[in-house]
Design a protein around this ligand. Structure first.
Ligand code: NAP
Length: 248
């Protein structure tokens, strides 16, 4: 069959923040699809260790801080040795926010921007340079958020980083000239450690505003990430919102 995108499915995918929440669900799904996966977070959880035991030849895990470029570079090189060259990246690791802008210190703002915007761009640059130097094609999926498109109190710096990644996605798609497909997935709120700050009233409000009548689940997002990494769709430079039309 012809390959309309000219970019083959990714075979070795790096997932940041693959230890829990959405990242862990993406890792489990890619492994079940037969893809080799490298997953890192600051702490390797029992769930991620269990996957590494189940898929010893397919999964490489590490305790790595995305904000430490030397550690992320060393991890990528280990991955290449164990699994082969990386040709897919899922920038999923991020920190949340639960503070009004006027109550958020300059240091907190800088930390959120570092983790959610600067470090993913540095990691993407590192992986892309190695990918392109080897003549490989590849795919990038940035996990952003509906917060980049709609306003939410308490999430000013966080929203800015997600909007920044969406903007970077579009420019990457242009700059990479079709050799690497770059897209964002922008979920609505889903239950995780990050969103645990939302109370029942706020969650009820979101559900009432959602035509599909339920909160987004990681399981709603996972197939879209899989499609962007593995299917031939010619989708490039897009932000795919997954929120049951809550924001429409
Ligand atoms: N939950 C929501 O409602 C929601 C909605 C829209 C978009 N999102 C986005 O979806 C993605 C996943 O969110 P989630 O809800 O699954 O969050 P989560 O449960 O808090 O998981 C975040 C992951 O990122 C890792 N991480 C955080 N800081 C890191 C660092 N400095 N270095 C390496 N890894 C780091 C965490 O592990 P460690 O802490 O051990 O490092 C964890 O694996 C994020 O990009 C988030 O912004 C979430």
């Amino acid at each position: 069959m012809s390959d309309p995108t000219g970019v083959p499915p990714s075979s070795v995918v790096l997932v940041s923040g693959g230890s829990r929440g959405l990242g862990l669900a993406i890792v489990a799904d890619l492994l079940a699809s037969g893809v080799k996966v490298a997953a890192f977070a600051r702490t390797v959880t029992a769930e991620l260790t269990a996957l590494a035991t189940k898929y010893p030849d397919q999964l490489h895990v590490g305790a790595v801080d995305v904000n430490d470029p030397q550690a992320t570079s060393a991890f990528v090189k280990q991955v290449e040795e164990k699994l082969g060259p990386v040709d897919g990246i899922v920038n999923n690791a991020a920190v949340g926010q639960d503070s009004l802008h006027v109550h958020t210190s300059a240091e907190q703002i800088a930390d959120i921007i570092q983790t959610n915007l600067t470090s993913p761009l540095i990691l993407t640059r590192f992986v892309l340079r190695r990918m392109l130097a080897k003549g490989l094609k590849g795919r990038i999926v940035n996990v952003t958020s509906i917060c980049a498109q709609r306003g939410y109190p308490g999430l000013v710096a966080y929203s800015a980083t997600k909007g920044g990644m969406d903007a970077a996605t579009r420019s990457l798609a242009r700059e990479l000239g079709g050799r690497v497909l770059a897209n964002s997935v922008a979920p609505g709120f889903f239950a995780s450690e990050m969103s645990a700050v939302l109370g029942p009233t706020q969650l009820d409000q979101i559900v009432r505003r959602t035509p599909t009548g339920h909160l987004t689940e990681p399981e709603d997002v996972v197939p879209v990430v899989r499609m962007l990494l593995l299917e031939n769709t010619n989708v490039n430079g897009q932000v795919l919102v997954i929120d049951g039309a809550a924001s429409v």
